[in-house]
Design a protein around this ligand. Structure first.
Ligand code: NAD
Length: 498
């Protein structure tokens, strides 16, 4: 059994120690580094950067699990364990909630309704997905006039490295861990160096439900020249599944190339939304203000470019301005707070740099553009104002580069063709959100958007069985339902001469 950590929170609590979880236990070692609460700027935990010896130990433990108890387990037992993980996350809901809030500073309501429930749901969905996989069979004629029977068995890949980002830490990490484990792989997770707490808690949960040692491992640290790169270049790792920035994906591709690992990448975006004059404008204002500002804009699917048909432009801009100005920034547990900080001071500097760049390129700031004045502990947090620009050309820097902040440029258009052309004029291709009551237009525009997912009259409505991923530089491959199963397992064809 793992040693458990007390997740004592609050201003007086000393920082929580987060150790690496290898072979079913929390181990000492590794260089300590601070984990900062972005809502206050205070250090709330200390993690340990796994060195080469720890990474090697994790790979060896994972390999042993695949070759031992975990690999030989019946499907029924494996599924039962995954359901037990989901149950245990729900039983320890408040521990996960407080850990996620401390790492990200996100509002209590958001983590309560989105991050933690989805963390548990991911395990249930993939425990189900693995239950009814058909076996592919082909009977064939042989040259001697006889028959042969082919059948393909699905096998796990072996050891899978999971590298996750900080914006939805538990949700995005379990979205990869659950299907990888459902397929019988052993996983090694390298969570973001900003948000390792819920991944550490998942290690505790794995021990609590009796997961075989080594089936799930956590190694903390950074990317280049650190734990992340050691994992992505390790010869004992068969696949890397990654969510994060596009340029990080490119770096991982390079370090994984010499050992020809399977790769699944969910990368950055510069997502467009299109609002046609025939749309339900109030619904579009509600839906897209949520899309732009949810999680302080730190959602890969968030639109940062909104194209609005000219007759409804002013109405839309006024509506979204009012929504932005109604948001309440502050500490996660404060009554009525629905707008959190950015993840770090560094990220805030980056976002504020884009706020300046918009001004330099002649933007009209409809609302926001700066740092809110907050009192008390929140004064030390990494907050920015929700921000809307108009008056920018479609090729302005803030319309081309991913900002990952609570901001969007609103640009008018006159024809459907013009809107589609501007929306697709990007190297990214993750998601789009189209608002119209014209059914033919919805189908027509949905089909030509160069993205992995188009929402019509909605945004971020996710059925976990559907394909999810990015086109162009927003990703490689698709996950979700059977798409995940296809990535985390591989068929072996057996041909029997009858
Ligand atoms: P990031 O790329 O900076 O870091 C992600 C993870 O990669 C971290 O764990 C980091 O330590 C690790 N890493 C960094 N360099 C590495 C290297 N050379 N080798 C191995 N590991 C390395 O991303 P982030 O800032 O944590 O997250 C924000 C980004 O993630 C945004 O670009 C956003 O669009 C993207 N994102 C995409 C999706 C999606 O589904 N497409 C979802 C969420 C976030």
């Amino acid at each position: 059994m793992a040693e458990t950590h007390a997740h004592g929170r609050g201003p007086q609590a000393s920082p929580t120690l987060l150790r690496n979880y290898v072979g079913g236990r929390f181990i000492d070692g590794g260089r300590p580094f601070d984990i900062v609460d972005p809502a206050t700027g205070r250090v709330h935990a200390i993690a340990h950067e796994a060195d080469k010896a720890i990474v090697d130990a994790a790979v060896a433990a994972a390999r042993a699990a695949v070759e031992g108890d975990w690999g030989s387990m019946t499907l029924a037992k494996r599924r039962a364990l995954l359901v037990a993980v989901a149950d245990r996350i729900e039983q320890r809901f408040d521990d996960f909630l407080e850990a996620e809030i401390a790492d990200t500073g996100k509002p209590y309501e958001l983590a309560h309704h989105l991050d933690i429930p989805r963390g548990a749901a991911n395990f249930r969905v993939f425990a189900d997905a693995i239950a009814n996989l058909p076996t592919e069979t082909f009977e064939m004629d042989t040259p001697d006039g006889g028959k042969a029977l082919n059948y393909a068995l699905r096998k796990p890949l072996g050891v899978v490295g999971v590298i996750s980002p900080w914006n939805l830490p538990l949700l995005l990490m379990t979205w990869k861990v659950a299907p990888a484990m459902a397929c019988g792989n052993a996983v090694i997770v390298k969570p973001s160096e900003e948000t390792p707490s819920t991944t550490t808690l998942l290690g505790e949960v794995m021990s609590e439900v009796g997961m075989p040692d080594g089936a799930f491992n956590v190694i903390n640290g950074f990317g280049p020249n650190s734990t992340g790169e050691m994992l992505t270049s390790h010869p004992g790792v068969r696949a890397i599944t990654f969510t994060g920035e596009t340029r990080t994906g490119a770096a991982i591709m390079r370090s994984a190339a010499p050992t020809v690992k399977a790769l699944s990448f969910e990368l950055g975006g510069k997502n467009p939304a299109i609002v046609f004059a025939d749309a339900d404008i109030e619904a579009a204002i509600g839906g897209l203000s949520r899309a732009v500002f949810l999680n302080t804009g730190q959602v890969c699917l968030a639109p940062e470019r909104i194209y609005v048909e000219r007759p409804v432009f002013d109405q839309f801009v006024a509506g979204i301005k009012a929504k932005a100005e109604a948001l309440k920034p502050g500490l996660p547990h404060e009554e009525g707070v629905n707008f959190g900080p950015l993840i770090s001071d560094e990220h805030r500097r980056k976002v504020l740099g884009y706020y300046q760049s918009a001004l330099d390129e002649g933007a009209t700031v409809v609302t926001g553009g700066g740092v809110p004045k907050l009192a008390g502990e929140a004064a030390g947090g990494f907050f920015v104002e929700p921000t809307i620009w108009t008056g920018l050309p479609h090729d302005a820097k803030v319309c081309r580069e991913e900002i990952f902040g609570p901001c969007a440029a609103i640009i008018p258009f006159d024809t459907e063709e013009e809107a589609v052309r501007m929306a697709n004029d990007t190297e990214y291709g993750l998601a789009s959100s189209i608002w119209t009551t014209n059914l033919s237009r919805a189908h027509r525009v949905g089909k030509v958007m160069e993205v992995g997912i188009s929402w019509v009259n909605c945004w971020f409505l996710r059925d976990l069985r559907t394909p999810f991923g990015g086109s162009k530089m927003s990703g490689v491959g698709r996950e979700g339902g059977e798409h995940s199963i296809n990535f985390y397992s591989e068929p072996t064809n057996i041909c029997i001469k009858l």
